[in-house]
Design a protein around this ligand. Structure first.
Ligand code: GLU
Length: 256
């Protein structure tokens, strides 16, 4: 199987805007093991802006464009340094791919992106993808990595996209204020009723929320890619997902 895993900033970093090494080490170990099983793996990783903010000792996540872009330039290096280091320990090779909207909206460029990705898979590399935050402008931004992950997963024909987040999945009410809210285990299609469940919650570290995850789910369902939202606090959840156990919320046709 070709598996895309998206990991959000709130899973990768502490509130201090520094990297959560324990979590990232666990994630890289599980992904290496999944690759050892014979699957192809692509990681869509956020965290550049947060990591850069931490390294530059900024008081909070920046809001102005030049500081965000500067923080991303610094943070992306730290992210890739850590990924390269940990994956190398498990004898795996990573490659960095930074994208802007125009790289996939123009046919020619999308083809080049897909060709490069396929070659990376053939070479046994784990591609690690992020938005090219340092140079993107408002007009060509994906804006959030959930959408970016769905665009990657559908263009390179992944069988599965797992979005690892700071929440277990989609609930029938906001679990932060409704204690008996129930986790929905399967959503076949994104109806207006489902969209209404997204709520307005956004984490302080990342940029996405349930809204962007449902947008990603729509893209995946339309392309026949199974998508799962699961809690990233324990990356071993990925083993259960591959073993066909009920984890998080599955969107679209269940394939596992
Ligand atoms: N590309 C951004 C980063 O790496 C994150 C976008 C998102 O959180 O969705 O910091």
């Amino acid at each position: 199987m070709r598996i895309a895993v998206k990991v959000g900033t709130s899973t990768l970093a502490y509130d201090t805007y520094r990297i959560n090494l324990r979590r990232v080490e666990a994630l890289c170990r599980v992904l290496s093991d999944i690759k050892n099983r014979g699957h192809e793996v692509v990681l869509i990783s956020s965290g550049a802006i947060a990591m850069g903010s931490g390294k530059l000792h900024l008081a909070a996540r920046p809001t102005d464009m030049p500081t965000k872009q500067a923080a991303a330039a610094v943070g992306q290096c730290e992210l890739m340094y850590v990924y390269d280091d940990i994956f190398s320990r498990y004898n795996h090779t990573v490659g960095q791919v930074l994208l802007t909207g125009s790289d996939v909206n123009v046919d020619d460029r999308r083809r080049h992106f897909c060709d490069t990705m396929n070659r990376l898979f053939e070479l046994g590399v784990i591609p690690i993808i992020n938005e090219n935050d340092t140079i993107t402008t408002e007009e060509i931004r994906f804006g959030d990595n959930d959408t970016l992950a769905a665009i990657v997963a559908t263009n390179v024909h992944c069988d599965l996209l797992v979005i690892l987040s700071d929440i277990d999945g989609l609930y029938d009410a906001d679990p932060r204020c409704t204690p008996n809210a129930k986790l929905l285990s399967h959503v076949a299609e994104i109806t207006p009723e489902i969209e209404a469940l997204a709520g307005q919650h956004h984490s302080t570290l990342g940029t996405g929320g349930m809204e962007t995850k449902l947008k990603a789910a729509k893209l995946c369902i339309a392309a026949g890619v199974e998508m799962i939202i699961a809690n990233g606090s324990d990356p071993e959840n990925l083993y259960d997902i591959l073993d066909g156990k009920a984890v998080g919320t599955v969107f679209g046709e269940k394939k596992l």
